[in-house]
Design a protein around this ligand. Structure first.
Ligand code: NAP
Length: 450
């Protein structure tokens, strides 16, 4: 009976577990899905914006996999010095790392670490109740915010900054973050791309949503958009890009409404410096760029400053090395071939990767399905080609416990879910997420877990 460990319970990890369950040759497989956090679902719980209920409902699909009788969720299990990859390989027949891309890319400009300059991932973690998130108040005393980058994460944070209490209260966001965002006096939010609208990374559905927010209008500058040849002549653009450009053209043609809040979409501005004033962020200095005709841009030597009290750097995620696993710092991924981990260019028997740590932080949630499938195919083909674990059929959980781990089981997670429902009811809201380690572990252990 093969016993497989999947490290990480986000979409990459759960689709890997599902792929293993679907193998006809592996009817008696056992899968332990380990996670550092007491809660499953990775970025579906801690990355998808709280107002995107439809995407969040994917949790139902992930839940069905984790509730399969051949699967065991083990939260609160950190792979680290006490439980290194080498030990996992002794305990399991194979280990699949699906640990995502936990950090953010750096901008590399002066002022990046000023108070008031945050990565979008910090801000997202805060409003998503990640127990490691820092609470800075973010929008306190902020009237203007700048998001650097024009991907879907930038669209998420810009939308969250523009939402009011009426729209945020029905979500499951933590009460403290709700209170701060509901009291926000942010009036202008800039989303700024270094290239043109036809090179933006956001998807049309997400872009369009910015135009439907209450009391908010989208402001674009026709002359700036028209620096982009694709904007001037969209017919030749690929469909997805053309649809983005059409949305922007419609906004450019619309008269200003005088709404209470404005979302400004700016392009061809490359961040040069995050400007300080009074010891914290006072704005961002951008260099105006021009298209180079090849999809890139060149600097023009002219500069523009946008005054702001909050800067959210939204320029992509970055994988983090896991001690004991190889890592390519250039791509932020684990070197691999068809999901097999490579050590020194050679396949490391029994070790696999799937998801963002395998292919980098791109694609939507569904992209993880084919990615996991490829890895599972490699794993199944390899089974039996390395000596079986420990030479015994002992439960790997004994080995985890011997390493000092005290896992949160599925029952513990369900107790957290119940506690979140009760917390929400006490606040007159639907389910409200618990945002701290003590609260999560207290709820889980209160379930009578050992
Ligand atoms: P992304 O799509 O890679 O976008 C990153 C943005 O940052 C790009 O506009 C990029 O511009 C810009 N950028 C990178 N380095 C920069 C620099 N030094 N200076 C200025 N700008 C810079 O990353 P993401 O927004 O973090 O999203 C990650 C993935 O999650 C994506 O696949 C996204 O679609 C997905 N996601 C999906 C949803 C959804 O479906 N609702 C929500 C959130 C995230 P260049 O193009 O010029 O490099």
């Amino acid at each position: 009976m093969p016993h497989i460990a999947v490290v990480g319970s986000g979409p990459g990890g759960v689709y890997t577990a599902q792929g293993l369950l679907r193998q006809n040759l592996l009817r008696d497989v056992r899968v332990d899905v380990l996670d550092r956090l007491p809660c499953p679902y990775g970025l579906v719980r801690y990355g998808v914006a709280p107002d995107h209920e439809k995407i969040k409902s994917l949790q139902g699909t992930l839940r069905a996999v984790l509730q399969d009788e051949r699967v065991r969720f083990l939260g609160g299990v950190e792979i680290g010095p006490a439980l290194p990859p080498a030990r996992l390989l002794e305990l399991y027949d194979a280990v699949v790392y699906c640990v995502g891309a936990a950090a953010d890319r750096r901008l590399g400009v002066p002022g990046e670490d000023l108070p008031g300059s945050w990565s979008a991932t910090d801000f997202v973690a805060w409003y998503s109740a990640h127990p490691d998130a820092r609470d800075d108040g973010y929008v306190r005393a902020v009237r203007t915010a700048v998001a650097i980058g024009v991907g879907n994460v930038a669209v998420d944070v810009v939308r969250m900054l523009a939402r009011g209490a009426a729209e945020l209260t029905p979500t499951d966001m933590p009460q403290a973050a709700l209170g701060i965002l509901a009291a926000s006096e942010v009036r202008d939010v800039y989303m700024v791309g270094r290239r043109g609208p036809s090179q933006a990374r956001f998807t049309t559905k997400e872009l369009r949503e910015l135009g439907s927010l209450p009391d908010t209008e989208v402001v674009v500058e026709e002359a700036e958009l028209a620096l982009d040849a694709g904007y001037r002549a969209p017919a030749a653009l690929p469909g997805a890009v053309r649809r983005n450009v059409e949305v922007l053209r419609a906004w450019a043609a619309r008269p200003r409404l005088g709404a209470a809040r404005r979302i400004h979409l700016r392009f061809f501005l490359r961040p040069a410096e995050i400007v300080a004033g009074g010891g914290r962020v006072a704005g961002v200095r951008f260099e105006r760029t021009a298209p180079d005709g090849l999809g890139g841009v060149v600097g023009t030597g002219t500069y523009e400053e946008i005054g702001a009290q909050l800067v959210l750097r939204s320029v992509g995620y970055r994988g983090v090395p896991l001690a004991g696993l190889p890592f390519d710092p250039a791509s932020g991924t684990v070197p691999q071939a068809a999901g097999r981990v490579l050590r020194g260019g050679r396949v490391s028997p029994g070790e696999y990767v799937a998801g963002w740590i395998k292919r980098g932080p791109t694609g939507v949630i569904g992209t993880n399905r084919p990615c996991a499938k490829e890895t599972v195919t490699s794993l199944v083909a390899d089974l039996g080609t390395r000596p079986s674990r420990d030479g015994t059929a002992r439960d790997p959980l004994d080995g985890l416990v011997a390493a000092g781990v005290r896992p949160v089981t599925w029952d513990g997670w369900q107790a957290i879910e119940r506690a979140e429902t009760e917390l929400g009811a006490s606040l007159g809201r639907g389910s409200v997420k618990i945002a701290d380690w003590a609260g999560l572990l207290g709820a889980a252990r209160g379930a009578g877990e050992g």
